[in-house]
Write a protein that binds this ligand. Structure first.
Ligand code: PAF
Length: 271
């Protein structure tokens, strides 16, 4: 990958990278299409990164759909797929961890120990191998996007990190590779995430500034779904992810909810 990128760079071409763990859906394809339009050479990486899974069962169950993924990458104009094996990424003796302080502590970071260190470590390696000019991520993983943006700036990587809006199913459920694990009943009740975000937005737009009131009303929506278990629901500063008590500037509401054995996350701007 490194040799190919060096050749492409030598030819004066601009490289875009869309990092993924495969199981590509329309949300990924919107990132790929966006990246395609921004660069001369488009790389999609597909690597189910063991370092970022805090539960073995989640890693084992993660959907692996190589045939479909590679066909979709070709259809959407990728010039290369970078799909290293785990031993190639992490050979014996591998000992480096990339860790961004602060931003990774709350929200998902509090509930998934080591997760964001796994993400930043693999993304730093993907950036090192692909040497992209720009990299495109989804805003569904809002905390991840903020952490990667920080890492890229702090380590002078010289890569433009772009966050793109979450794509949703027609009924509002955020697209996710994990949605395939939902039973029909869980799928129906998964709408509680979008409804909780809508409830919060409705209150904020009606003038409510007290975050506690907004959080309680949104949490009630999730708790009304009998199959849902709320892991966290937080309103944070959209930039530094610090928890807020009042809505004053740009804010983001983020949550994680379990539907049976499947953990879903979602977030949206709150103004
Ligand atoms: O968002 C993802 O799919 C992963 O966290 C990423 C960025 C590809 C790193 O493994």
């Amino acid at each position: 990958m490194h040799a190919l990128s060096a050749q492409v760079r030598e030819a004066g071409k601009r490289i875009a990278l869309v990092p993924t763990m495969g199981a590509l859906h329309a949300g990924h394809l919107s990132l790929i299409d966006y990246a395609r339009a921004q660069a001369d050479f488009l790389v999609v990486s597909i690597f189910v990164n063991p370092l970022q899974f805090d539960r073995d069962a989640d890693l084992d169950a993660y959907p692996r759909t190589w045939e479909a993924d590679s066909a979709l990458c070709a259809e959407h104009g990728a010039d290369a797929i970078y799909a290293p094996t785990a031993p190639a990424m992490y050979p014996g003796g591998f000992a480096t961890k990339v860790s961004v302080a602060g931003l990774g502590q709350g929200l998902c970071g509090e509930h998934r120990p080591g997760h964001f260190d796994g993400v930043t470590t693999v993304v730093a390696k993907l950036f090192g191998a692909v040497t992209p000019h720009l990299a495109v991520f989804g805003q569904k993983d809002y905390q991840q996007l903020k952490i990667i943006t920080r890492m890229t700036a702090d380590l002078d990587m010289g890569i433009e990190v772009i966050g793109r809006p979450t794509l949703r199913e027609a009924d509002g459920l955020a697209m996710s590779s994990r949605n395939v694990h939902l039973s029909a009943d869980e799928r129906a009740q998964a709408l509680c995430l979008r409804r909780a975000l809508d409830k919060a937005q409705e209150l904020a737009q009606g003038g409510e500034r007290e975050v506690q009131k907004i959080k309680s009303a949104a949490a009630q929506v999730v708790e009304g779904a009998s199959l849902a278990r709320l892991e966290y629901l937080e309103v944070v500063d959209a930039d530094n992810l610090a928890p807020l008590t009042r809505l004053e500037g740009p804010a983001r509401m983020a949550m994680a909810v379990w539907l049976g054995a499947t953990r879903l996350i979602d977030n949206d701007a709150l103004n």
